[in-house]
Design a protein around this ligand. Structure first.
Ligand SMILES: NC(=O)c1ccc[n+]([C@@H]2O[C@H](COP(=O)([O-])OP(=O)(O)OC[C@H]3O[C@@H](n4cnc5c(N)ncnc54)[C@H](O)[C@@H]3O)[C@@H](O)[C@H]2O)c1
Length: 265
């Protein structure tokens, strides 16, 4: 689940988000699982900050550093020293060692990714973090702490509201199985137009090789949990697709895609 709030800086025009528009000013405290703070008008690279330098925070940082159009300017985590941030960023037992460049501690308030300085804050209260001083235009909230329970529950019920065209047509669930990474999604759908199991496989394969290349994959090899996609057709109108996905790397990439999308609009 991705809960999205857009925090509107008083200095810019209100923005309508996918799920919620919050009044401005003043910007409310960070509440959601994934939040974005929108700053000044974007020119050139999109400057981002990351709140919480855990699994997701570090992977979003990796995605940012691999992207030409995104610039990581600041990180906040009150529970990790810059030395430990460096160590954990460099050595990731799931996603492998970072070999795209040096990461060093410059001082207690700065990390160096190659030659690029990144400001480090250590504040517990999101309202006190001076993201603007570091030049951050968007902040990825990846602490898992600032989640408003009621709002999150509302989002869980919100598939029909967000995608009304899908109301009553599909249901599904995802669960993280005890592997180091990956989750499985179990999607059950009643189809308007009948489709055989082979038709569905062909459609997924076509998407994997077409418009969703790099995001969706398809294999018919005999695979286990760290590999992907299985399914059954109960009949040609009622099907179940079980697909594995990399919850960490996939989520982190989609977060950055979302920032790109918002920066463009
Ligand atoms: N790990 C996954 O597979 C995954 C996938 C998708 C979404 N998510 C979501 O991403 C969020 C983060 O998950 P994670 O797995 O990276 O967690 P994590 O525990 O690895 O990281 C959380 C980080 O936040 C820091 N933190 C805690 N309180 C803080 C505060 N007040 N201010 C700043 N930093 C603080 C912690 O020190 C830690 O480094 C959660 O909301 C989770 O649901 C996780």
């Amino acid at each position: 689940m991705v809960c999205l709030h857009v925090y509107i800086n008083p200095s810019i025009h209100p923005v309508i988000s996918t799920l919620t528009t919050l009044p401005s000013p003043p910007p409310p405290p960070l509440l959601s699982q994934f939040s974005i703070f929108l700053g000044s008008v974007i020119m050139g690279k999109v400057k981002i900050g990351i709140n919480g330098f855990g699994r997701i925070g570090r992977l979003v940082a990796r995605v940012a550093l691999l992207s030409d159009d995104i610039e990581l300017v600041a990180v906040n985590d009150p529970f990790i020293t810059t030395e430990y941030m460096t160590y954990m960023f460099k050595y990731d037992s799931v996603h492998g060692q970072w070999k795209k460049g040096e990461i060093k501690v410059k001082d207690s308030k700065t990390l160096l990714f190659g030659d690029k300085p990144v400001t480090v804050f250590g504040m517990k209260n999101p309202e006190e973090i001076p993201w603007g001083e570091a030049g951050a235009e968007y902040v990825v909230e990846s602490t898992g702490v600032f989640t408003d329970k009621d709002k999150a529950a509302a989002h869980l019920k919100a598939v029909g509201k967000v995608l009304p065209a899908l109301n009553g047509k599909l249901t599904g669930m995802a669960f993280r199985v005890p592997t180091v990474d990956v989750s499985v999604v179990d999607l059950t759908a009643r189809l308007e137009k009948p489709a055989s199991y082979d038709d569905i496989k062909a459609a997924i394969k076509a998407e994997a090789e077409g418009s969703m290349k790099g995001i969706l994959g398809f294999t018919e090899d005999d695979v286990v949990s760290t590999d992907f996609v299985a399914g059954i057709a109960l009949n040609n109108n009622f099907v179940k697709v079980v697909s594995w996905y990399d919850n960490e790397w996939g989520y982190s990439n989609r977060v950055v895609d979302l920032i790109r999308h918002m920066a463009k609009s």
